[in-house]
Structure formats: structure tokens, C-alpha cells
Design a protein around this ligand. Structure first.
Ligand SMILES: NC(=O)c1ccc[n+]([C@@H]2O[C@H](COP(=O)([O-])OP(=O)(O)OC[C@H]3O[C@@H](n4cnc5c(N)ncnc54)[C@H](O)[C@@H]3O)[C@@H](O)[C@H]2O)c1
Length: 296
């Protein structure tokens, strides 16, 4: 596999494009929004600078990495010679089904179609295509260039050949792949989201404040980041979407999103990406927090 297409240039898409490009792959980065593409490329450039500052990359390697990425607003222009497409667009089932139908029509026959979805059924996404055996979940963690884990999720029809190819390719990116079956939330979010939702419930019930809840979990449980700050980094809209998928998928009230989370998303408070969530992310504060994450 040489030619990779990444769909979506947001929080995850730019990290995925960065990671493939830094490992020498040619990446076509696609987003419907020209602004998101520009922001995505600028984020990649800043994150590469942070890696240079830590002494782990040269200026030449930065230039090569950026040179490996080409931006597109039209999927039809980006995926003619793709070996692998990784979809990282907004967490919305109807949108993903539409994109996969389009990808299936446009991509070469042998191209593997992967999704970075946090919770939506791989089997359902695969059913929107005529190549369900070549559809797979490739669930990277945020921030992608730093985090080692990739959950590799097999849909009902995913072939062994597709699974093996993606499992091995993840290792060439310096990641640690873990095999997971296709149930709502997979493993990572099945365990993480109820914790985040409970932290929000704790705040909502007035048991403690934002910083206090995060401090308890950081210092008491040795978590590198508190659950409320982590929710801000993930995106509160993404957390809400994942909880809703698990709530619908398991028909279990324990996954029902807390009303405070629903209200915050409705009010446009999405966390880091909107500038405000449980914490304030004015430009300088945001830069400091992101820099701290990259020092982990
Ligand atoms: N945020 C996280 O921590 C995290 C972690 C793992 C997985 N994910 C998953 O990754 C995916 C992306 O999440 P995100 O946090 O990067 O979201 P985001 O909101 O930051 O970015 C989504 C991007 O998709 C673009 N987009 C929407 N429709 C599109 C289309 N038809 N074609 C191309 N681009 C389109 C938007 O313009 C936006 O730039 C979701 O499925 C999410 O569940 C997120």
C-alpha cells in the first residue's frame, strides 16, 4: 500500500494524514470544507514543529512529510489510485453510509475502505458497499501522532486478508494494533464513555467542580488527564454521538447521555475545537494545552 486517502481534515483526520505522511505514504486529504483543510494542514505543520523541538525530526523530514500531503475538496478527484481510504468525517451514521457508497463507486476494486468511527457499526457501514469483505474499522486515538493504540475492528463480513493487511500496516506506522469485534463502542469507548458520562453526572449533581473531578481522577487514579478535559479534547459532540450509538445499540439506560452534555452541545460548546467546553480554550490557552499533550 502506497497511496492513502484520508476523508475529513478535523481533529482525527489531520492526525491520521500526518501519521501516514510522516511514515512515507502519499496522502490525499479530503474535506468538504476548504477552511477545515487549511486548518488541518496548519495543525500538522505546528505538530511537526513540536516534534522537531523535541529533537525527534529534522526540518527536511518535516518538508518531506508536508510534501507527501495533497488537499482536495472533491472525493472524486482524490481516490482514483487509492490503495487504502481511511474515513474520518463527522460521527454521523447517515453521513458515513453516504460517504462509503461514494467511496465504493470511486475507489479502485482492490482498495480497502477503513473507517475511524468511534462507535458506529462496521457491519452496517460495510453493507452500504459492494465490497463488505474489504471494509474494516481502523480506530486511531487522539492525538494520532502520539497515541500508540489502533483498534482494528472486524465487521461481520471483513475478510482475513483485509484484517491481516490493516493489522500489519498499522505496525509500519509505529502503532500497536489490537483486534476487536464489532459491537457498539468497540472496546475503547465502551469503557471510556460511561466514565466520561459519569464524570459529567458528578458535576451535574454538584458533587464537585470541574477541576476537582479531574484532579481526583488524575492524582487518585494516575490518569494523565481528567475525564472532563479528555471529553473537551475528544469533542463534546463526538462524546454525545458515541453515547447515543451505545444507548441505541444496547437499549440500556446506563449509556443515556447526561442532560448537561446534551445542553452544552446544543449551545455549541464542543470543547477544544469550539474554544470552550468544560474549560476555556482561548487561543493562547489552547496552544498551551495542546503543547502539554505533545510533551507526554
Ligand atoms: N475526536 C476524537 O478524539 C476521536 C477519536 C477517535 C475517533 N474519532 C472519530 O473520528 C471521526 C472524526 O472525528 P473528529 O473528532 O475528527 O471530527 P471533527 O468534527 O473534528 O472533523 C470532522 C471533519 O469531517 C468533515 N466532513 C464532514 N462531512 C464530510 C464529507 N462528506 N466529506 C469529507 N469531509 C467531511 C468536516 O468538515 C470536519 O472537518 C468520527 O467518526 C469520530 O467518531 C474521534
Amino acid at each position: 500500500m502506497k497511496n492513502i486517502v484520508v476523508i475529513g481534515a478535523g481533529t482525527m483526520g489531520n492526525g491520521i494524514a500526518h501519521t501516514f505522511a510522516q511514515s512515507g505514504f502519499k496522502v490525499n486529504l479530503v474535506d468538504v470544507s476548504e477552511e477545515a483543510l487549511q486548518k488541518g494542514i496548519s495543525t500538522i505543520s505546528k505538530n511537526l514543529d513540536r516534534i522537531i523541538a523535541k529533537g525527534n525530526l529534522s526540518e527536511e523530514q518535516k518538508a518531506e512529510t508536508l510534501g507527501n500531503i495533497t488537499s482536495f475538496t472533491e472525493l472524486s478527484e482524490a481516490c482514483g489510485n487509492a490503495d487504502l481510504i481511511v474515513e474520518a468525517a463527522t460521527e454521523n451514521q447517515d453521513l458515513k453510509l453516504k460517504i462509503f457508497k461514494q467511496m465504493d463507486e470511486l475507489a479502485p476494486e482492490n482498495c480497502i475502505l477503513a473507517t475511524n468511527t468511534s462507535s458506529i457499526s462496521i457491519t452496517k457501514i460495510a453493507a452500504a458497499t459492494k465490497r463488505p469483505e474489504k471494509v474494516i474499522g481502523m480506530h486511531f486515538m487522539n492525538p494520532v501522532p502520539i497515541m500508540k493504540l489502533v483498534e482494528i475492528i472486524k465487521g461481520y463480513s471483513t475478510s482475513k486478508e483485509t484484517f491481516d493487511a490493516i493489522f500489519e500496516m498499522s505496525k509500519t506506522l509505529g502503532k500497536v494494533p489490537v483486534e476487536v469485534n464489532d459491537y457498539p463502542g468497540f472496546v475503547a469507548n465502551r469503557i471510556l464513555m460511561p466514565m466520561i458520562n459519569e464524570a459529567i453526572e458528578t458535576l451535574y449533581n454538584g458533587v464537585a467542580g470541574v477541576e476537582e473531578i479531574d484532579t481526583v481522577m488524575k492524582l487518585g487514579m494516575a490518569h494523565p488527564m481528567g475525564p472532563l478535559q479528555l471529553a473537551d479534547f475528544i469533542g463534546l459532540d463526538v462524546c454525545l454521538a458515541i453515547l447515543n450509538v451505545m444507548y441505541d445499540g444496547f437499549k440500556n439506560p446506563k449509556y443515556a447521555p447526561n442532560p448537561l452534555l446534551v445542553n452544552m452541545v446544543t449551545a455549541g460548546k464542543m470543547g477544544v475545537k469550539s474554544g470552550e467546553g468544560f474549560y476555556d480554550y482561548s487561543e493562547t490557552k489552547k496552544a498551551e494545552k495542546v503543547a502539554r499533550m505533545f510533551q507526554r
